[in-house]
Design a protein. Structure first.
Length: 327
């Protein structure tokens, strides 16, 4: 992917929010229905529990509303809503349109399906719209994977879950937060993780693991190269929350310690498009990011897709001052 051209209008994240269904399924619950154990699941995935329930629209509205309230923006000022999801509530129309209506927005709204890479795909697209003149964009990542999971299959039932998280991007004077990005896909590998229309998730776990580590490292490296930074400058990594072993192997190859990683996997499971923004929101809520920090978002997903982005938190200006948010 190309580097960001100079003098492009940038953006910063000014609000975030998340939503998880109330129902929790623990590993001990799964022990009662499939041939597995809590220790086996934790050792292989890092997951202790997962949230299930709700709809893609309902969860998106909840996280989107919290995000809009935090940012304090006027609803009429939102220029676009981008919903990253691989589980829309209907085949037609896009769930984003219904979310837009329920949030009281009057703007363009569309879905992006890049599976677990979807939120970063949507975030990059939102920056592109701002570079072309938009001033405020709401980006939501939501998936309700429980309804396409085979709960009798021990290989997939232990992994997937439901959730949502969102951010508001606002245009600023100057470059903004996005320093480098990369989007990728390898359609030849789609057979390793897929769900037919009306069907359940099918996964070749060993092949997904092997390819996931490679494409996450490749994408992250490209984004850091575009941003002109090295791994040791990164303050926080926000990876796709799929499997703790994939995360550990990827960070080892990148030369990044686990201490710099945002993790919610143990309590949320794999929420696909929601996993990166859920982990980011959790890190922000817990004060793990300060102004000027370099944050690396990186993920992979069915397709197989990959996506990454390097953000300088709070944005930058030539003289080091806070970038001014455009009205």
């Amino acid at each position: 992917m190309p580097a960001i051209p100079p003098n492009v209008r940038g953006a910063v994240i000014t609000g975030w929010g998340s939503a998880l269904p109330l129902k929790v399924i623990t590993n001990h619950d799964l022990e009662q229905t499939i041939d597995t154990s809590h220790d086996w699941i934790v050792d292989r995935t890092g997951i202790h529990q997962r949230h299930v329930g709700g709809s893609t629209v309902g969860l998106s509205v909840e996280s989107g509303r919290a995000t809009l309230e935090m940012s304090g923006v006027e609803l009429s000022s939102i220029d676009a809503l981008v919903l990253a999801t691989t589980t829309p509530d209907r085949v037609v129309p896009a769930s984003a349109a219904t979310v837009q209506h329920q949030l009281g927005l009057s703007c363009g709204a569309y879905d992006v399906n890049a599976a677990c890479s979807g939120f970063v795909y949507a975030l990059v697209q939102a920056h592109g719209m701002i570079a072309m003149g938009a001033k405020k964009v709401l980006v939501i990542g939501t998936d309700t994977l429980a309804r396409i999971t085979d709960w009798t299959d021990r290989n997939t039932a232990i992994l997937f879950a439901d959730g949502s998280a969102a951010v508001v991007l606002e245009a600023v004077e100057g470059h903004g937060q996005l320093l480098g990005w990369d989007l990728d896909a390898d359609g030849a590998a789609e057979k390793f993780l897929y769900s037919e229309v009306g069907g359940l998730i099918q996964m070749d776990g060993k092949e997904v693991f092997r390819r996931a580590v490679r494409i996450m490292v490749d994408s992250a490296t490209k984004s850091m190269n575009h941003a002109g930074i090295t791994a040791d400058e990164v303050a926080l990594v926000v990876p796709h929350q799929a499997n703790i072993r994939i995360i550990q192997a990827s960070l080892d190859r990148l030369g990044l310690p686990m201490e710099k990683t945002a993790l919610v996997l143990h309590r949320t499971g794999n929420t696909s498009s929601a996993s990166i923004p859920l982990a980011l929101a959790d890190a922000l809520d817990n004060g793990r990011v300060k102004k000027g920090d370099l944050v690396l978002l990186v993920g992979f997903g069915a397709g197989m897709t990959a996506a990454s982005a390097v953000l300088r938190w709070g944005g930058t200006t030539a003289d080091g001052a806070d970038p001014a948010v455009l009205p």
